[in-house]
Design a protein. Structure first.
Ligand code: NAD
Length: 445
């Protein structure tokens, strides 16, 4: 379903009218394409507090040219991104340096540009440091809500810049167009795994096998496409009724199709039969909705959603890990939803299942890493333009589209790019994270 409002506000009369009426002003987002692989430069490196982080070499490796503060202050340069290293902010006084660093240059950051704030893990033995570092979260989320023009603001907590290279490359690229207002921990006490820099950053998944559930259409299809672009051999799993579509997707991507209802008790065994050599990337994307308010909800609608969205995710994950099917360095990415984080009327079943996914990820992540060298993370999409959301009544759909900092819905590819970053061989230090792909939806935290 095309977003006609976004097209309308892109025209001169549309911009004029919607401004006069004080209506939302969505900006067209710059997304990754083969022709436009980067945001365009330059990148501004800023610091608040005394930092020990060795950031410059990692930023240099992104290939984005370095900008100058003076150029940005005078408006002579339009940085595509500003990275503020605030890991050294240990007290409220030093927070002033956050303001001092960003205030003079913010106006010059280009449309669809990025602000990435780097923070340190909270120090439980130092409440002044914790207060100042937690303050960065409120700062990041507030700036995300006011910055506008398709620009995003995210916070990464880290101790080692090298371990965060894949994360910084993702956030500083057009691949993260719909990710804003997020706090991402890299190696943050959940036991960050080994980081393997790929031989080729353009095809990081070359030689790896990725299985995507529910990949015959929608977000799953986009995920399969993006992982194939990154070099993976993809297995497109979907229900037998969608086999023809699954085959079509697999053929286009040079992969294979697997017709299987993921709720089958032996789904794990059947995946292992289909992939005797094992797999590297497991994406739990299949999901359904059966909306009704709880008072009107028959038990079958409740159990169908819990079964597909949560029970089968637990069951197949357990079977594949126990069977040693996920090779060391493996990645599991499950699909949560903002409905599971914020709650949504009519979706007690769906909200419960998706919150369950977040619980599974946070609990399993450290153990899966210690025992199998496999990371476990989740993406939590917000309003994404798919068949699922096209079926939503018009006014609710319009509200869903506009009620986020970017004032528009995301595209399946936005979820796919986020998944590909989590599946990346260099993302071993990203573990137990639930990352929202929601344009900083106003729903939930
Ligand atoms: P979709 O309905 O377009 O596609 C889901 C796919 O999963 C379908 O191909 C379907 O056949 C498959 N599937 C369903 N049950 C299955 C089963 N038992 N075994 C195997 N395959 C099964 O949905 P979508 O919008 O692409 O959503 C994909 C995921 O993202 C879901 O987990 C959904 O809950 C989640 N999500 C979507 C949105 C959104 O705005 N579209 C928002 C938040 C979360």
């Amino acid at each position: 379903m095309a977003d006609r409002y976004l097209s309308f506000t892109g025209t001169a009369p549309g911009r004029f009218l919607t401004r006069r009426l004080g209506l939302p002003q969505p900006a067209p987002l710059k997304r990754w394409s083969e022709r436009e692989t980067s945001l365009g430069g330059p990148l501004l490196q800023l610091t608040a507090g005394k930092s020990d982080l060795d950031l410059a070499p990692v930023l240099a490796r992104t290939g984005i040219p370095a900008g100058t503060e003076s150029g940005a202050r005078t408006g002579a340069e339009k940085p595509a991104a500003a990275v503020l290293d605030a890991t050294g902010v240990r007290d409220v006084g030093t927070l002033g340096e956050v303001h001092a660093a960003l205030h003079p240059v913010l106006r010059s950051v280009a449309a669809s540009g990025r602000v990435v704030v780097l923070g340190a893990p909270l120090d439980p033995a130092d409440h002044h440091q914790s207060a100042a570092q937690q303050a960065l979260e409120g700062f990041t989320r507030s700036l995300g809500k006011e910055i506008g023009r398709g620009r995003t603001v995210n916070l990464v907590r880290l101790t080692d810049a090298d371990a965060a290279e894949s994360t910084l490359r993702f956030l500083l690229s057009p691949k993260s167009a719909y990710v804003s207002g997020q706090v991402i921990g890299v190696g943050d006490g959940l036991g960050g795994g080994g980081v393997t820099a790929p031989g080729d950053w353009e095809r990081p998944l070359a030689g790896r096998t990725a299985l995507v559930t529910g990949a015959a259409r929608g977000i799953g299809e986009a995920v399969a496409e993006t992982l194939a672009r990154d070099g993976a051999q993809v297995v497109v799993l979907d229900v037998p009724a969608a086999e023809a579509d699954a085959r079509r997707v697999a053929e286009r991507l040079g992969g294979t199709a697997l017709a299987l209802d993921i709720t089958a008790a032996d789904a794990g065994e059947r995946i292992m039969d289909a992939l005797p050599a094992g797999l590297d990337v497991l994406i739990h994307n299949a999901g359904i909705t059966r909306d009704r308010r709880l008072v009107n909800m028959p038990a079958e609608r409740w159990s169908a959603v819990l079964e597909v969205n949560l029970a089968s995710v637990l069951r197949t994950t357990d079977a594949l890990l126990a069977g040693g099917a996920l090779r060391p360095g493996g990645r599991i990415v499950a699909t949560a939803s903002i409905a599971g984080l914020a709650g949504n009327a009519g979706q007690t079943n769906y909200g419960a299942s998706k919150a369950g996914v977040a619980g599974l990820v946070r609990s399993l992540a450290p153990r899966a890493l210690a025992e199998h060298q496999v990371t476990v993370n989740a993406v939590a999409p917000g309003f994404i333009e798919t068949k699922m959301t096209a079926a939503v009544p018009l006014f609710i759909r319009e509200a869903g589209r506009r009620m986020n900092s970017l004032a528009q819905g995301g595209l399946p590819v936005d979820v796919a790019e986020t998944t590909a970053w989590l599946a990346h061989p260099a993302s071993g230090a990203v573990n137990g994270q639930v990352v929202r792909v929601c344009g900083q939806s106003l729903l939930g935290a």
